[in-house]
Write a protein that binds this ligand. Structure first.
Ligand SMILES: *Cc1c(COP(=O)(O)O)cnc(C)c1O
Length: 410
């Protein structure tokens, strides 16, 4: 089987044009390598919840306090998602309504800050997310962001710089989180700095939260005031966000999500989040999370052997940031050549200079059941694709991908 979601006969009968689009995407996902660090394959059970009757339901508000009638099953779905999130992350309160990771960050800021407040976050040129102060995003327009970076040589967060900037600018909040940092941040160091200057600590754990769920990365929960996260990256749930916090922030966070920044919650997505949290609580997911990291370490090593620079010299997570400069290429050119060979990934900022590198991750290929032998093979395919052997490599990539169907490897 090479398709991911069997397009229903109904859709094909009614709308063959759109059925073809969806079949094409399923085919694309099954015959190329999904190596974006932000993507994964949700389970068929998660997809089933997404396509369920709750897609029709309006349920503004929270369980037991809705603005709409007929919410008994919507309430059950949301209460289940909340309980499972609380148990999974060992946290007092979970808001599972944010429509996306960005919405979760917006709600976190709304819970803690006023427009014009100062926030200290990783700068975008170093791997900060758009919601960490980009002038093109609400965050950069409504708050005064001060940026910390990473050490240009080691690629690691410079905690002395974070402390210096915190002492100078006295931020109301400090944001720890990145789209391309391959190591575990030292949450305790961030906590100490935040306490010293009286700032709240927001951990945007969009990337590592799935590893945290599987016990393959340290949890930010004991250190952060608020943890923002996505549910669709390593965590393997539906596209969406959540905010985790202690009881003292519960009401502020809930009001910041609804009614301050969102309307009706997407109840089918919340049901799917509950399914994903249920999956993530089991031993299979813990094994999966550890294999994701083992695969990323193996792949980073194999890429280094083939002449790639790898920032920080490796990874502790699912994520690798690599520099193809020594192969005579910049990030965008490398991404293009890899795409032509069926290897799909992103470009990213590098800790030094203006050149961009490539960002890749092992979450999706690990869900497919690939292991360290395949990581070695993938590094070979990377090298061949970058040498320009696109057509030949594309065939080999297709063969590899088809050997590990997305829904055959879990
Ligand atoms: C992915 C990500 C987000 C945003 O998630 P969306 O669902 O795309 O809005 C926010 N912060 C970080 C650090 C991320 O990696």
């Amino acid at each position: 089987m090479s398709v991911i979601t069997p397009p229903t006969d109904l859709l094909r009968q009614q709308d063959p044009q759109m059925a073809d689009v969806l079949a094409g995407e399923a085919q694309r996902q099954a015959t190329t390598l999904q190596m974006s660090a932000a993507e994964n394959f949700t389970s068929p059970a998660v997809l089933a919840a997404l396509g369920s009757a709750l897609a029709n339901k309006y349920a503004e508000g929270y369980p037991g306090a809705r603005h709409h009638g007929g919410c008994e099953y919507a309430d059950l779905a949301e209460r289940t998602a909340i309980e499972r999130a609380r148990a999974l992350f060992g946290v007092e309160h979970a808001n599972v309504q944010p429509h996306s990771g960005s919405s979760a960050v917006l709600a976190a800021y709304a819970a803690l800050l006023r427009p014009g407040d100062t926030v200290l976050a990783m700068g975008l040129p170093y791997g900060g997310h758009l919601t960490h102060g980009s002038p093109a995003n609400f965050s950069g327009r409504w708050f005064h962001f001060v940026a910390y970076g990473v050490h240009p040589r080691t690629g690691l967060i410079d905690y002395e710089q974070v402390q210096r900037l915190a002492r100078t600018h006295r931020p109301k909040a400090i944001v720890c989180g990145s789209i391309s940092y391959p190591r575990h941040p030292e949450y305790s160091a961030f906590r100490e700095i935040a306490d010293e200057v009286g700032a709240a600590l927001v951990v945007d754990a969009a990337h590592p939260i799935g590893l945290v769920a599987g016990g393959a990365a340290p949890s930010p929960v004991p250190y952060a005031d608020l943890v923002c996260a996505t549910t669709h990256k390593v965590l393997r749930g539906p596209r969406g966000g959540m905010v985790l916090c202690g009881a003292e922030y519960a009401e502020r966070v809930d009001r910041a999500v609804f009614p301050f920044t969102q309307g009706g919650a997407q109840m089918h997505t919340i049901a799917a989040k509950a399914v994903a949290f249920g999956e993530a609580a089991g031993p299979d997911f813990a094994r999966y999370a550890h294999r994701v990291v083992a695969n990323a370490r193996a792949l980073a090593g194999a890429l280094i052997e083939r002449g790639f620079g790898v920032t920080t010299g490796g990874t502790d997570t699912h994520l690798i940031t690599a520099d193809p400069a020594r192969l005579g290429l910049d990030g965008p050119t490398a991404r293009g050549r890899l795409a032509a060979a069926g290897i799909v990934l992103d470009t990213c900022a590098l800790p030094y200079g203006d050149q961009r590198g490539i960002r890749l991750g092992t979450a999706a290929v690990t869900t497919q059941g690939m292991g360290e032998a395949e990581m070695e093979r993938i590094a070979e395919l990377f090298a061949a694709a970058l040498r320009g052997a696109a057509t030949e490599t594309r065939t080999k990539v297709g063969d590899l991908a088809r050997g590990f169907p997305p829904y055959g490897g879990r």
